[in-house]
Design a protein around this ligand. Structure first.
Ligand code: AMP
Length: 282
């Protein structure tokens, strides 16, 4: 496995792979790796000759007062895990290799980026789209892998790929959970033992909303999810929503419905969702 740190070096490594006839899969991450990330790498390994994993804590997608400085960073550990999962190239750039100091370009996906996560984290998806577009251009993969854990991010990026004509397939992988239902997240590392117990309420809330959503009563599903979130002291809900899985607007007749929640648990802001049509693993 190779580790590269500059835009020039990643272009060169990928060019050399292409010269050998390799197909390339890209897995963008911010590090702090866990089984969720590794499931993406393994899937990419199955479907491509070489897997490029980026580890980049993207400052553009953090708002003022968010956890940019506290975000878990342990390159040595991440690199070991990636080697075990079959990554071929790890791209770990410093900020200036990705975002020029005088950067004047921002990629915005309208509408979809402004609701739920976008409403609670203004500018977040602009930061995500801008960095992912840059990574697509640096690596030029056939396929890029993202987690259903960040369902709105995947939907926003799908729109960006369609609208701007990036020549690649976006592959969305199922959420990996702990046995008790908590979705794996790098931010779970912020939780104390008691907060870790409280965090299980996110998945409980989604499960409580599910039968109501399946019966078509989305208002009742949202109310029930919020009620369950509020049963746990120390958990402060941001939203509990039933939305159309593609537009993130109100559920559409015949469309796929996604249930999504976000809440603060101690120092961590956690998100989770269930898409009744998607398989999950733990
Ligand atoms: P992050 O490092 O948090 O930016 O995540 C990198 C990628 O891993 C994103 O596409 C996430 O959606 C995905 N991911 C994070 N947690 C999970 C999980 N528990 N299961 C599946 N994918 C995940």
């Amino acid at each position: 496995m190779k580790i590269v740190r500059t835009a020039g070096a990643i272009r060169e490594e990928v060019r050399a792979e292409r010269a050998r006839g390799s197909s390339v899969g890209l897995v963008p991450t911010m590090g702090g790796l866990h089984e969720g990330h590794l499931s993406l790498v393994r899937r990419a390994r199955e479907e491509n000759d070489v897997v490029v994993v980026s580890i980049f804590v993207n400052p553009l997608q953090f708002g003022p007062g968010e956890d940019l400085d506290a975000y878990p960073r342990d390159e040595e550990r991440d690199v070991l895990l990636l080697d075990g999962a079959g990554a071929g190239i790890v791209f770990v750039p410093p900020v200036e290799e990705v975002h020029p100091e005088d950067r004047a370009t921002t990629v915005t996906v309208g509408g979809l980026s402004e609701v739920l996560e976008g409403a609670h984290r203004p500018g977040h998806f602009d930061g995500v789209c801008t960095v992912v577009a840059k990574l697509f251009n640096l690596v030029g993969p056939e396929r890029a892998y993202f987690g259903q854990k960040d369902a709105q991010q995947a939907a926003v990026l799908k729109r960006m790929i369609e609208d701007l004509g990036f020549p690649l397939d976006l592959v969305v992988c199922p959420i990996v959970r702990e046995p008790d239902g908590l979705a794996l997240s790098s931010r779970n590392a912020y939780l104390s033992a008691s907060e870790r117990g409280q965090a299980k309420v996110l998945f409980r809330a989604l499960q409580a909303g599910r039968p109501l959503a399946e019966a078509g009563d989305y208002v009742a599903a949202e109310k029930e999810m919020l009620r369950v979130l509020r049963t746990e002291e120390g958990v402060a809900p941001d939203y509990a929503a039933a939305v159309d899985a593609d537009t993130f607007g109100p559920p559409l007749p015949g469309g796929r419905v996604l249930l999504a929640v976000a809440a603060r648990v101690g120092p961590a802001r956690l998100i989770d969702n269930i898409d009744p049509d998607m398989e999950e693993t733990s």
